[in-house]
Ligand binder design. Structure first.
Ligand SMILES: Cc1ncc(COP(=O)(O)O)c(C=O)c1O
Length: 382
């Protein structure tokens, strides 16, 4: 039985009838840019996240660009960000002429290591972008203290972790801005590109709305240079409906993660990822842990494979019809486009880029499909 890494159609098909009906109404209303659908979605998602303001934007990438612009990050400013993340986290910094300073990560959470951030702080550092990777929140208290002590702005890249919590608060709601993505594979996935910026600060919310409209207020009077970062009304309409189901998706992802963990850890070759290096480890594969930050929402279930066997296992899974992906094969500080930046060594990030392998964990996976993934993993010679 083939098991894809991701299957989006089953989930989205459930909304077709409702959406088609509403689509007629939408066309008839003639309100195609921002308007009621967007406002309604923003109010609903803000309530869900327990945050004062939510601003719908065109993508998770644009959410980050907008947040950096609205926080007045200038060319030459240094911005700390993890070296192990999707490209957008760092690309957005460079696009504004600011300088990404890459921070190493921890092997257990894959999230940024605060000690390394302390070491790389300079008098040019203006902001830090923690990324809540794979569905798990960063440890935020110490990070927020560090930012406060050093007068740094904080933007949470929550693209992969809508719904996850740090203690009792939703990830993304604890800092100046939280940025989310509704890219189809995310936990709340749309049917195209869309994103969100949230904040508890009224002034920052107003600034975000202005930057979303080319920096104009009132219309045609440009106080700042922003962009067209508006969410499409159609995405807002779709996401408003889908938001009602988010907790069932989260429960299903958590159930799938627990099933994998229980079954794989019963085999002596699989151990828990407690942040150990493979140098002193007898197990062949390390299974990800919920580090009890508050709530893990399992956007990815990412194994670490030791002793240089990752690519061999990946090919073996592929040849047996099992979808798997390497998020991410090249650390950001090693990307060619950043080769002229100040070197920021990140040895752990480089090490895990050669170990990680994500397997299917999407909500609609059946037990039979997970058993197939597990049996295939167990048959490999490590
Ligand atoms: C960590 C992270 N940041 C930012 C983004 C950018 O989001 P989008 O694809 O919606 O632009 C993504 C999306 O994959 C992501 O995973």
């Amino acid at each position: 039985m083939a098991v894809p890494l991701l299957e989006l159609v089953t989930q989205n098909n459930q909304f077709v009838d409702e959406v088609v009906e509403e689509f007629r109404e939408f066309i008839g209303k003639g309100q195609y840019i921002l308007g009621d659908y967007v406002t309604h979605f923003e109010e609903k998602v803000a309530k869900h996240l327990g945050v004062n303001h939510a601003i719908g934007v065109s993508s998770g990438t644009d959410a980050l660009v907008l947040a950096l612009m609205a926080l007045d990050i200038q060319p030459g400013d240094e911005v700390l960000c993890p070296s192990f993340s999707f490209f957008a986290t760092a690309g957005c910094i460079s696009r504004l002429g600011a300088i990404p300073i890459f921070i190493d990560v921890d092997r257990d959470s894959f999230n940024l290591n605060l000690e390394d951030a302390r070491n790389k702080l300079t008098n040019k550092t203006k902001a830090i972008i923690p990324v809540h990777l794979f569905g798990q929140s960063c440890s935020m208290s110490s990070l927020l203290d560090f930012a406060k002590q050093n007068n740094l702005k904080v933007i949470e890249d929550t693209a992969q972790s809508l719904g996850s919590k740090y203690q009792d608060s939703f990830a993304g709601t604890l800092s100046d801005y939280g940025c989310y993505s509704f890219f189809p594979s995310k936990n709340l996935g749309s049917i195209g590109d869309a994103g969100l910026v949230v904040t508890n600060n009224l002034e920052l919310a107003e600034r975000a709305k202005i930057f979303r409209l080319h920096g104009s207020q009132p219309k045609y009077y440009h106080k700042w240079i922003g962009g067209n970062f508006r969410i499409d009304a159609l995405h807002a309409m779709f996401l408003t409906k889908k938001l009602d189901s988010i907790s069932s998706y989260e429960d299903a992802r958590a159930r799938n993660a627990a099933y994998y963990s229980n079954c794989l850890l019963a085999d002596g070759r699989f151990g828990e990822n407690q942040g150990q290096s493979f140098e002193n480890e007898s197990k062949s594969v390390l299974v990800p842990l919920d580090l009890k930050m508050g709530k893990h929402v399992w956007n990815q279930f990412t194994l670490r494979i030791g002793r240089g066997k990752r690519d061999e296992l990946w090919n073996y899974l592929k040849s047996n019809g099992i979808g798997a992906e390497v998020y991410y094969p090249v650390s950001l500080h090693k990307q060619e486009c950043f080769k002229n930046l100040i070197p920021s060594p990140c040895p752990v990030s480089e090490e895990i880029a050669g170990e990680v392998l994500s397997i299917p964990v999407y909500p609609e996976l059946t037990v039979e499909q997970m058993d197939e993934v597990i049996q295939t993993l167990l048959k490999f010679t490590y």
